[in-house]
Design a protein around this ligand. Sequence first.
Ligand SMILES: Cc1cc2nc3c(=O)[nH]c(=O)nc-3n(C[C@H](O)[C@H](O)[C@H](O)COP(=O)(O)O)c2cc1C
Length: 243
Amino acid sequence: MTAREEKIYVLYGSQTGNSEQLALDLCSQVPTQLGPAQIQQITGTSATITVIPKCMQLDDFLELDRAEWTRLVVIVTSSYGVGQAPLGCYRFRELCDAWKKEGDVHKGTLEGMTYALCGLGDSKYTTFFRNPTVIDEALHFVGAKRVGPLGKADASGPEDQTAVLEKWLHSIWPFLAKVVVEPPLDRERLQQMQQRTVDVCRRINPDFEAKAPSSQPLASNVMIILLAVLAIIMGYYFTSTTK
Ligand SMILES: Cc1cc2nc3c(=O)[nH]c(=O)nc-3n(C[C@H](O)[C@H](O)[C@H](O)COP(=O)(O)O)c2cc1C
């Protein structure tokens, strides 16, 4: 029987907190809804797979340079303004617009990636559901595969928006379970996807700065060594002057 961990990103863009709340709820329910036992029950696998979710804004995810991407992401986002992106989704939306506008050159960029998507909106607006629609179309265009139903939570719909979100959340677990039991994706392939994506972000956004978390431990290690050397020098200085 094999045991392994599967990291997934749960990414959101949210102006007033509704999408963010769903993303947080999803993450907090992973241990009980997508734990090793549930995955075994849903899929019949004998493997012990522990899913580790990480919740963050869509734009922060793009800026995570050299952090390992995952082959499965869950996206929750609303529309704001006039069919525009909400907070935390601006860069991601620009990226999706560029993928669609520039066309064939981007085909296959995210081949091998799987996503689940829940969108929020309000049908009072003529631009109802615009942002989630653009994201869904763009991801499909660059080769990512959506699993599960496209969540569509309408603030002015016949059903309460929160109830729609809960239903979507309840429905998504088997789809996620089926993805995590598939053989893990090649690490090199994930790095390729990330590189091609970040390259586009840099080109369309001159101020785009991919953060480099892998360099932070190095920087802090250097700082610790410098402080230690300084402490030794000062210790030596004080002991020699007090003699
Ligand atoms: C100023 C404003 C503009 C909005 N624009 C749109 C829109 O263009 N299309 C749409 O479907 N919903 C629109 N909405 C509705 C929001 O998407 C909806 O309230 C959603 O639940 C907000 O989720 P969030 O808190 O995650 O941003 C708008 C809401 C506000 C207050």
